[in-house]
Each structure stands twice: as C-alpha cells, then as structure tokens.
Unconditional design. Structure first.
Length: 392
C-alpha cells in the first residue's frame, strides 16, 4: 500500500479511483513481476473482502529469522539498508496506521491474472465488518462496511470475482491460540489447552456458519445493487491454512522453551496436533458448509502450507549464510511478542511467501470453471508451484 496517490489511479470513476488510490501498491516490486500481466483499463476487477488472512497481514516478512543484522537476515521487507531503518509503511502503506495491514503482496495483489485488483479486507475483521449496515454491519477501524464499499466501488464496472475470508475472528481463533500459548509458558501448572478449547470450538462453530452465510448474502446484495446479476461474477469463500505442524513434524523436540525463544511455536505437543488435525479441518468443513448454503464456491486452503508451517521440520530460519527463500523458509510468521521484531498481530499469519502462494491458488481457481477445490503446495518448490485438486 502507499500513502500517496499512484499514477495508475484513473480519473472519471471517482469512487473506484479513490478506493484504488487508497489501497494501491507501494512502489516495491510486485510478486512474480515477470508473470504479472498489466491489465487493460477496462479489465474486470477481483476484489478481496474479510480479515487478516486475505488483507495481507504479515506480508512484511519474507520468512523468519532470529538474527537482527541486515534487517533480520533480509526477512524484513520494510528494512532500508541505506538508512538502517525499518518503516512498515513500505509494505502496508497507510493501512498500517489503522492496523488493517493491507500488504503489497496480499493475496489479491499477488494474482497473476490480467485483472484490476482491489483489497478491502482488514486485519481483525469479523463478519460485522463486512455486512451491510441494515443487517448489523458496523464500521471497523475507522472504515465503513466492506460490503457497502464494494457496492460503491464496482458500480458500472466489470467484476470477475469477489473472494472472501471470514469466520476466524467470529470463532475467536486468536484468543484460543493465545490461551494455548499462555498455558505452555506457565512456569508451573501449565497443561494443554486442547480439551477446553475443543469444546469451545464445538459450541461456537454453528454460530460461525450462520454469520458467514449472512455475510455472503450481503456481498451478493451489494453486487446486485451495483448492477451485477448472479452468474456474472465468481463468489469465492476460502478457508484458512494451518499455521502449525502436528507434533510429529515440529523441529524442536520435547516440550521446552526453545519452541518459544527460538522457534516461535510455544505449544504443547497435544495442542500442536489438535490445531493441525482437528481445529483447522473443523473450521474448513464449517466454511465449506456455509459456502454451499450461500451458493458460493469454496477454496480449501487448510493444507496449502503443509510442510511450510512455523517450526516445521522441512523449513529453516534465515540467517546471514542462508538467505530467505520460498523453497526453504516458513510461509507463516512465527509468534512474536511485538517487543522485538514486528507486531504481535502479525503472528501466525501468511508471510510474503504465504501470501504469494495464496495468490497463486486464487489465480488457478479463477482460471478453472466454477467448482470447489483444495490448494496444495509442491514440496521443495516455491509459491508459484501451487496446485489445485478437486474436492469430493
């Protein structure tokens, strides 16, 4: 994002131009610059709505590192080696001030399609941040309803697709993970959170499904009001990639504090396996049900980062001898307190490589006929080597 107007922001369509200028890319090189085709002025739009997993949260980071020299071993994309300073606005633009953290490599910005791109998602958003005001939608972080903004932005414009990521904050995913971390870090008396958290999730998931169905209905209403009939665009609901491996694949064996001090994955074995094997699939299944009920297509991302998760045995941290790479680095931001590098809210979100991978997934999905699919990575290769598989 950038805090100043981009020369690509065209006049004549004031509402859309204003939205794009406010949400435009930074001046940094785009993902896969050689693959991105410059869209025509009348190219259709792809718009992203929802929460942090699609806003681009953690896109500032290219992998993880514990070595501070040279911008945390060149993982900090906001770092300027000439000034030896880091400015997150180089990646998040003006959205850093509000905390929406729309990065220049957010999923929609990483599309390799000849489309125009608009990112209205905001980190921390629940369904009420997306819904229309008459259906319970409320302003969030100083911004009005995302569905309302969508309606204004695409009136009189071609729309190829609207992609939505929502539900995780309605579930309270962040609070659940925080509680699990606190249990692990207790000096005495800590215990796995999975038994209690599992029950909470079971009780909350039906409400999440209802909220997502209502949100998708409002997105359709906004598109109808802006002149877009059903069938003239794609509506995609996506799930969430697992941020953590199961206990059998964590590279810090034994439930010791090096999982926190070194790896950024302070969780008991039982909680790692529960989050990977139960929590993420349960959320994904609930979202799939919501998509079907709302008449949207479903993109399953639950296993998209398999082997690329925080502390996975098949990844490594960057250091001065081993620069960050989409083939070897983690695709998720490790857990950080916010007292050192970066922000707490970036923890356990897709980093640059993860955002680019998700952009590849969505590009592949939109190049195929409408259907439910899951996205998977290719072991040992980078974010451009994602693949789709049929569901069912």
């Amino acid at each position: 994002m950038t805090s100043s107007s981009s020369p690509r922001c065209r006049k004549g369509l004031a509402v859309l131009a204003a939205a794009v200028c406010a949400a435009g890319a930074t001046g940094l090189a785009p993902a896969y610059a050689s693959d991105v085709r410059e869209p025509a002025a009348d190219a259709p739009w792809v718009v992203s709505l929802g929460d942090s997993f699609i806003s681009g949260e953690a896109g500032r980071w290219a992998g993880n590192s514990n070595e501070s020299e040279d911008g945390w071993s060149r993982t900090d994309r906001a770092y300027d080696p000439e000034t030896d300073e880091s400015d997150p606005k180089r990646v998040y633009g003006a959205s850093y001030d509000s905390g929406c953290n729309r990065s220049d490599v957010a999923e929609v910005q990483s599309l390799t399609l000849a489309v125009r791109k608009l990112n209205l998602a905001c980190s921390g958003a629940t369904s009420t941040a997306v819904k229309l005001p008459e259906h319970g939608g409320e302003p969030f972080k100083g911004e009005p309803s995302q569905a309302g903004r969508l309606q204004q932005a695409v009136t009189g414009q071609q729309v190829r697709a609207v992609v939505v990521s929502i539900g995780g904050n309605d579930l309270g995913f962040s609070d659940i993970i925080t509680d699990c971390t606190k249990q692990f870090l207790k000096p005495f008396g800590g215990s796995p959170c999975a038994p209690d958290a599992g029950q909470q999730v079971k009780e909350r998931l039906p409400g999440v499904r209802t909220a997502v169905v209502e949100t998708l209905a409002d997105v359709r209403t906004a598109l109808e009001r802006s002149g877009h009939a059903a069938g003239s665009y794609r509506l995609v609901l996506q799930s969430y990639p697992s941020p953590l491996p199961d206990a059998g694949r964590v590279r810090y064996p034994g439930e010791k504090y090096d999982r926190f001090t070194q790896g950024g994955c302070p969780f008991y074995d039982r909680d790692l396996t529960w989050a990977h094997d139960d929590l993420v699939p349960q959320i994904s299944a609930t979202l799939a049900e919501a998509a079907h009920e709302a008449g949207a297509e479903f993109l399953d991302l639950s296993r998209a980062f398999e082997g690329r998760e925080v502390c996975s045995t098949t990844t490594r941290h960057a250091d001065l001898a081993h620069p960050p790479s989409g083939k070897t680095s983690e695709w998720m931001r490790f857990l950080t307190t916010g007292a050192g590098q970066g922000q707490l809210q970036e923890s356990l979100h897709p980093d640059r490589y993860g955002q680019q991978a998700l952009g590849t997934c969505l590009s592949l999905q939109l190049e195929q006929p409408t259907a439910d699919r899951r996205c998977l990575n290719t072991p040992g290769r980078g974010p451009a080597a994602m693949e789709l598989a049929a569901i069912g």
